[in-house]
Design a protein around this ligand. Structure first.
Ligand SMILES: Cc1cc2nc3c(=O)[nH]c(=O)nc-3n(C[C@H](O)[C@H](O)[C@H](O)COP(=O)(O)O)c2cc1C
Length: 336
């Protein structure tokens, strides 16, 4: 039977199928179901910079009423889930570590080098095997240059790197003008791996009320192309791990990102849509594909279709653009 073991961020994983950050990984029941269905690792939902700022504000307010530090902190609600706060999050990390035998990756979401960076070391102390830093920043200020934005990313990564000894992954958006250069700088700043990509949720407009409406739609396999291209381009460039995120739904999607050079294939939408047991047929189909193609281990196939390995490396860049556009056969109505 094909061996699915892989290394990610220096950790040994039994399978490349990883559950990315989502509500499914935010409670022990979901985590246990993911482990039982074969997940190689789990990434917890993010602890947000805003949550940490809110806790500091509430504790300061209670301290102002004469409460002791311990009383003030105890007054902060302790329940799991988005916006539940740092205390609940630290306890989720500790409980997940105690309950699971697969690696548990904690996730911090922030944009600035603020006091929240200190929480990285608390996540490490709580037992996290690795930390994923999710830098979600929509730069809308004219006058703030691309290099200044990138400088902020690197600044945060350096600060977090100094604060922890566990492996560090950085989850990026695809919206950079020179992603390969940034990837190298992030590796230099101390990132052990990149998660490509986070999916920014675009607001919609309600044309009756003229209100901005938040819309969260799950991904489909067609969105895999973007991570696929960048994984193929970045494979073996900077000696860091690569995780594919966005658009991994089927076993064929998993095979594609591994061939491009990913160390793991992360999933959220597919697991939210189908439940954790979706991992079971995926694992079977991945093994079947490996058997049919006479691969015994993942390292025999990883990167076989990366930019360095394919006969036409330009296919991952601009070269295929005109050919692809020309290949479209026009409006369906005009076709015979
Ligand atoms: C409901 C929901 C909650 C999410 N929460 C987080 C989060 O807390 N932190 C994070 O880094 N990504 C979060 N994500 C993004 C996913 O981890 C993943 O990167 C994204 O959905 C793309 O992967 P997919 O195509 O497999 O869904 C969330 C996604 C969804 C749908």
């Amino acid at each position: 039977m094909a061996d699915l073991r892989t290394r990610y961020l220096g950790l040994e994983l039994r399978s490349p199928l990883v559950a990315s950050s989502s509500p499914l990984t935010g409670n022990l029941d979901g985590l246990a179901r993911l482990e039982a269905a074969g997940a190689g690792a789990v990434v917890l939902p993010s602890l947000f910079e805003e949550d940490l700022a809110e806790e500091t504000r509430q504790v300061d307010a209670l301290l102002a009423t004469g409460a002791t530090g311990a009383e003030a902190r105890a007054g902060h609600p302790d329940h799991a889930g988005y916006g539940a706060g740092p205390a609940a999050y630290l306890s989720l990390v500790a409980q997940a570590k105690a309950a699971l035998s697969i690696p548990v990756v904690a996730s911090l979401n922030g944009v600035s080098r603020g006091g929240w960076v200190r929480y990285a070391s608390r996540l490490e102390q709580a037992g996290a095997d690795a930390l994923e830093l999710n830098i979600y920043y929509v730069s809308s200020r004219p006058g703030l240059s691309a290099s200044e934005v990138e400088w902020h990313y690197l600044d945060v990564v350096r600060a977090v790197r100094q604060a922890i000894g566990i492996p560090l992954a950085v989850k990026l958006s695809p919206y950079f003008s020179s992603l390969a250069n940034l990837a190298g700088q992030l590796a230099e700043a101390g990132a052990d791996g990149l998660v490509l990509f986070n999916r920014f949720y675009q607001p919609d407009l309600d044309i009756e009320t003229l209100e901005v409406a938040p819309r969260l739609e799950l991904s489909s396999s067609t969105e895999l192309r973007l991570p696929l291209r960048w994984i193929a381009i970045l494979h073996r460039r900077f000696g860091i791990s690569l995780a594919a995120s966005t658009g991994v739904h089927t076993a064929a999607d998993v095979v594609k990102v591994l061939l491009a050079g990913a160390d793991v294939a992360m999933m959220t939408s597919a697991l939210l849509r189908n439940g954790p047991d979706h991992l079971r047929p995926l694992e079977t189909q991945l093994r079947d594909w490996m058997d049919r193609h006479h691969y015994e281990r993942l390292d025999q196939l990883r990167g076989r279709a990366s930019q360095r390995s394919v006969p036409d490396p330009a296919a991952f860049e601009r070269a295929n653009y005109i050919k692809t556009l020309a290949s479209h056969s026009g409006p369906a109505a005009d076709r015979p």
